[in-house]
Design a protein around this ligand. Structure first.
Ligand SMILES: N[C@@H](CCC[C@H](N)C(=O)O)C(=O)O
Length: 269
């Protein structure tokens, strides 16, 4: 049997997208591991399944490259908006999306009949610990533990070039403080409304960008007085920049950024 897939990226965070409305997928964890692997698979940060929903317009399931299922993915939610509209699965420019962390609302920004950018209402953030010290074999890291539906530990650094992601990332991801592991963001404050961020993602390692991580970083910047609610904060990552606003009126975080189709393909099961 052959599965049709679309490779998409948002700010360089790339996933394999499968429409399960017409192609059921019974073993997504195994396929995420197999297909995400570079050289022997398609190569990606993970697998995203687009499905029907009884409570929203569509649903999303997201599997990291190690096969673990996450509750939310910011970059994938934007790409799903593009997928659905560009492939004419919907004509709506406002789409509700069921995720394991609740229903998210997408607003599509369309130019010449195709989606270029998407704004996602990411809901209310949950600051679990404003200032948490975690010791690792290579030092002690102070950070803010934020849930955006999935767990993030945001640690501020003086110079992003000094952040040792391959070493510190996995140590913090697997720190005993996080029984469910965590996504780790290293953030350098640049100026009010601008920050540089690099990410070590739970289950995928270093990625070019993380949407929920960009939101968590903006929330941590605000919690530490480096920005204000209502600011449009530019989070610059390796693969692109996302605009994040923590709205003071409804307390929701809004994420805006690109969504790009890389290629279409088919793969044998
Ligand atoms: N890249 C994503 C987040 C994907 C899930 C994450 N690795 C987790 O395990 O929570 C994003 O753009 O938000």
């Amino acid at each position: 049997m052959t599965i049709q897939f679309t490779k998409m990226q948002g700010a360089g965070n790339d996933y394999i997208y499968v429409n399960t409305i017409n192609q059921p997928v019974t073993n997504p964890k195994e396929l995420a591991i197999q297909w995400s692997t570079y050289h022997t698979g398609i190569g990606s940060d993970g697998l995203v399944l687009i499905g029907p929903s009884h409570i929203a317009d569509f649903s999303m399931r997201i599997f990291n490259a190690d096969g673990s299922e996450a509750k939310m993915c910011g970059n994938a939610s934007r790409c799903i908006g593009k997928y659905l509209y560009d492939k004419k699965l919907t004509q709506k420019k406002q789409i509700s999306l069921e995720t394991l962390s609740g229903i998210k609302h997408l607003e599509l920004h369309v130019k010449n009949g195709a989606v270029k950018e998407v704004t996602v209402d990411m809901g209310c953030p949950d600051i679990l610990e404003e200032s948490l010290n975690l010791s690792c074999p290579n030092g002690t890291f102070t950070g803010t533990f934020v849930s955006m539906g999935n767990p993030h530990f945001v640690t501020f650094v003086e110079d992003i070039k000094q952040a040792n992601l391959p070493v510190t990332g996995p140590l913090l991801e697997h720190h005993p403080y996080f029984p469910d592991r965590a996504n780790i963001e290293f953030v350098q404050f640049l100026s009010e409304g601008n920050a540089r961020m690099r990410v070590w993602e739970r289950g995928s390692g270093i990625t070019q960008a993380c949407g929920t991580g960009a939101c968590a970083s903006a929330v941590a910047l605000i919690a530490h007085g480096r920005a204000q609610k209502g600011d449009k904060i530019q989070i610059q990552m390796d693969g692109g920049t996302l605009t994040i606003e923590w709205n003071p009126t409804d307390n929701h975080v809004y994420m805006t950024g690109n969504a790009v189709t890389v290629f279409e393909g088919s793969i044998k099961l």
